[in-house]
Design a protein around this ligand. Structure first.
Ligand SMILES: N[C@@H](CCC(=O)N[C@@H](CS)C(=O)NCC(=O)O)C(=O)O
Length: 231
């Protein structure tokens, strides 16, 4: 199995975390990233008409999109299950995963695009929507450890989206204590650490800010050592 990802790809990180949580062996191919994923890796261009990472190749199968990769991994290796059991619980978990990627993260992409204009009214509006989403997730976590009950793809998706939100100036704070506990639990998972550590090193090596909650993952990178080298 090969996974094509990028050093700052939150969607690639989703796929990689899931593969690691499943205990699958795979080769990770980091595609070039300067300020964007350019020039595109030829295999990514050939396989994904959207020319984006992540892309997964397994034997004759070539697929793309982090959520589609989740579904394939779940069918390929059902244990440990990363969707909850029962049709309603699974459907709800899938909706949470979709909302994280396509509703919450849309506002974070807006903030990325407004980085040179942080005082714009549109940036303030995007932050407010993201903070309201934190409150929604806080309410969900009031009676459970993970968003869909058991640990699931919904948690992986929102962890990565929130990490990027933090980078874009929408941090969690004490007003959402359950969410802070959830994030600590997520950050402690070996699969998450394996994926986020090189990302943090890349942030340091490319002199980009690193969210405080990830500082302990930096190791030597914080002292100026090289991060992950894209190919
Ligand atoms: N919905 C897709 C989104 C993939 C995506 O946006 N990938 C980004 C990196 S995180 C990318 O490859 N961007 C380069 C581009 O769009 O040219 C997924 O879940 O995989």
């Amino acid at each position: 199995m090969r996974i094509y990802s990028g050093p700052l790809s939150m969607f690639g990180a989703k796929a990689e975390i899931a593969a690691r949580e499943k205990g699958l062996n795979f080769e990770l191919i980091m595609v070039r990233f300067v300020s964007d994923y350019e020039p595109k890796h030829p295999e990514v261009v050939r396989i994904n008409p959207k020319q984006q990472v992540p892309v997964l190749v397994h034997g004759d199968l070539e697929i793309f999109d982090s959520t589609q990769i989740f579904e394939y991994l779940e069918d390929l290796k059902p244990v440990p299950a990363l969707w909850p059991s029962g049709p309603a619980a699974r459907a709800w978990a899938r909706i949470l995963e979709l909302k994280s990627d396509e509703v919450f993260f849309a506002h974070i992409i807006r903030l990325m695009n407004l980085r040179k204009n942080p005082d714009a009214a549109a940036a303030a509006a995007a932050k407010q929507v993201a903070l309201a989403y934190y409150r929604e997730m806080e309410a969900i976590l009031s009676d459970r450890r993970f968003l869909a009950g058991s640990f699931s793809y919904a948690d992986i998706a929102f962890y990565m989206a929130q990490l990027f939100a933090e980078r874009m100036g929408v941090p969690l704070d004490a007003t959402t204590p359950a969410l802070l506990r959830w994030r600590d639990a997520m950050s402690a998972r070996p699969a998450v650490r394996s994926v986020v550590r090189p990302m943090v090193k890349f942030l340091y090596s490319s002199k980009r800010p690193v969210p405080d909650f990830l500082a302990d993952l930096a190791g030597d990178a914080a002292a100026g050592r090289e991060g992950q080298r894209p190919v």
